[in-house]
Write a protein that binds this ligand. Sequence first.
Ligand code: SF4
Ligand code: SF4
Length: 364
Amino acid sequence: MTALGPPIGMLAELTHRCPLQCPYCSNPLDLLKADRELKTDQWLSIFEQAADLGILQVHLSGGEPMLRPDLPQLISALATRGIYSNLITAGASGKPDAMARLAEAGLDHVQVSFQGALAETTDLIANMKGAHGKKLETARAATSAGLPVTVNAPIHRRNIGEVAAFIALALDLGAERLEVANVQYYGWAYLNRPALMPGRDEVLRMADLVERERERLRGVLAIDFVAPDYYARYPKACMGGWARDAFMITPSGAVMPCHAAASIPGLAFDNAATRPLAEIWEHSSALQAYRGTDWMKEPCRTCDRREIDFGGCRCQAMVIAGEAAATDPACSKSPHHGRMVELATTEASAQSPDYIYRRIGAAV
Ligand code: SF4
Ligand code: SF4
């Protein structure tokens, strides 16, 4: 195994609170309430330690990070230490005016998610009337403040036909980047998988469209594509490999390799409010559990892609194969791959059930 280097990126989930209720939200089913969130001085200390550790980028996320009144202070602390800050917002908190202040504080980039390219889709998926209009205002406020904007489009069965409209929306907003991200089935998305799963043919048509548009818009709009696991041949390197060069911190300070890692039984997460970050990065048992390749079993152990995708996603292996150390069932070499594809095909061809919306009261 190669020696452990410093992490490059950190995802700071500042809060689980959010005015929206997306049925694919990657937050856990048990949302943390505001009184469990780290205080300003605790985040400031973590950011100082992150800078000392060599972290180059911090993604400020949630829930809705714009609900934190200390956001300008947190951004300013990152800017002072030369850390690139990216705000990941749903843009519906009704505070578009805050963008200019965040830019002044030193914010480097904004990512605004849109549940649909059309207002009726956004409002339906977010379960909030008027959400789309608020997002447009936020994205426009960000570009007016001189901030580079990425439009994030989580793709599923209801909006897979809106990809061309998402591209038009991103161009209209003056975004630099569009992220066409097929929904990953963890947290609320796993609960809603039968309602969200698109069909294979639709996915292939969309991937073709993205490829063509990428060529056409080269130099105008960058388009990223997060492939759908359930119809893939090989898995993605989840988070670039388990605790390889990035990690995340929950609103209450737990340091985890990814959003869904708490779904793996037996992992104990250190808390960044009580243990130094450098120590956690190096010695946390949870971060070490599936780091590198030593933990792998066959077929990953001898596969020539093991240092490309690092065996895929441990949480998906847990939920589909029943074992976190198994090969990600998204991989065609997994003995569970056929079942995963069959599951997706069956769900996509059945009538879509109603969404189970993220319960707003759970975190507010
Ligand atoms: S996915 Fe939706 S509900 Fe979850 S944090 Fe983002 S905007 Fe809020
Ligand atoms: S067998 Fe393992 S390492 Fe090889 S492609 Fe599949 S998931 Fe990746």
